[in-house]
Design a protein around this ligand. Sequence first.
Ligand code: NAP
Ligand code: MG
Length: 462
Amino acid sequence: MKAHHGMYIGGEWRLAAGADTIEVVNPVDEQVIGRVPAGTAADVGHAVRAARAALPGWAATPPTERAAKLAALRDVLVARKDEIAETVTAELGSPLPFSQAVHAGVPILVAGSYAELAATYAFEEKVGNSTVYHEPVGVVGAITPWNYPLHQIVAKAAPALAAGCTVVLKPAEDTPLTAQLFAEAVAEADLPAGVFNLVTGLGPVAGQALAEHPDVDLVSFTGSTAVGRRIGATAGAAVKRVALELGGKSANVILPSADLAKAVNVGVANVMSNSGQTCSAWTRMLVHTSQYEEAVGLAAAAATKYGDRIGPVVSAKQRSRVRSYIEKGVAEGARLVVGGPESPREQGYFISPTVFADVTPDMTIAQEEIFGPVLSIIRYEDEEEAVRIANGTVYGLAGAVWAAEEAEAVAFARRLDTGQVDINGGRFNPLAPFGGYKQSGVGRELGSHGLTEYLQTKSFQF
Ligand code: NAP
Ligand code: MG
């Protein structure tokens, strides 16, 4: 993948209005691997105009034809799977097998699911004496983070395009090459000019210009709570639709009847994968007091095994952020079992898999999103306390419950204030709605619920 000097706007790569560039750094060896243009408000303006111009035609394209284009896009992603994985590995640092299976594999599934949904969804329905049309909301401004570079893009662009919306994307500054590769795929799949546009650039410049642009109808943002709050306020003031996916502090609740070793091992793997940079990661493990020390021992062994198999975090900034959380955990009295703030290697933004025991629910490491390979193990005395602790953060994105009987786990999970729960290690489902309760966000992504985010209804009465 070679970096483009331009932005993909109106179906062509055009030079940015300004001359500034962003360096893309490989987090494994800290070498600069490319440069992309740092877009400004002027570029965002061009892109929004292109998206607006393309909207009437794309919105009027029959859903089956939009489905065919999305299927073509999926096929291009399949054909370029290896290149996608290599690009994500180069700019995010994740080990290649994980990039192949997840960073390339999941977006292919999701793109395919929207090709199918576009073809089968009831965009028109009868309700009594009315006909209800589900119409595209309009021009979408999508702002994405770096943690799953292609998935985050596809989880917004695919449903938006399936709905008949047009898109302007501002991807994360740390992972713009994957975004450029996606724009190449859009071109190769022969989507009409202007239905998808890419403006690389910095969040407070290009991102903010996109979020504030008066001709954007819907802003879909994934990232930090601090930025999400501002984007929500801006959208509210302009009375425009907004979707926010703001991360979490999810609980992995191991009930006493569960298979402890399995629950702990899967739980540790969940936190360490992608170097802990997963908004839905189960970063708090809740264990009954009678099994607590056994669970801590199992978690320590599992995390140690991960040792050199995880990649670095994305940037020096994220590494120092994660380190300061680890230091805070120690300072607040948690017991460091494995790992710690010291760098395990001389080069690269690596953090050792870290496990804390004796974490109490009010500690900073039990409340705030760390976004690194750091697990906190918390003790509970009874089920009531487990519910209270699990629900005791501002977040509510995901979680897990383990018990001997599925019914016991389900009964507990129904009491959790969270958008997704994996029961006894349930598998990822790309059609299940993904999104948060409480401050984890507004709106849902994936499947038909993700599609309806980009639709608005018009009803005719007869
Ligand atoms: P972030 O700043 O919120 O980045 C998310 C996206 O928003 C990026 O494209 C970013 O651009 C853009 N952005 C930044 N400031 C903006 C603004 N004022 N207006 C519009 N867009 C703006 O997150 P981060 O700094 O990369 O990560 C910080 C923390 O956020 C992480 O440690 C983690 O806790 C959380 N996070 C959550 C998720 C999630 O999936 N929910 C993903 C990533 C991070 P730039 O790339 O130029 O900053
Ligand atoms: Mg940022």
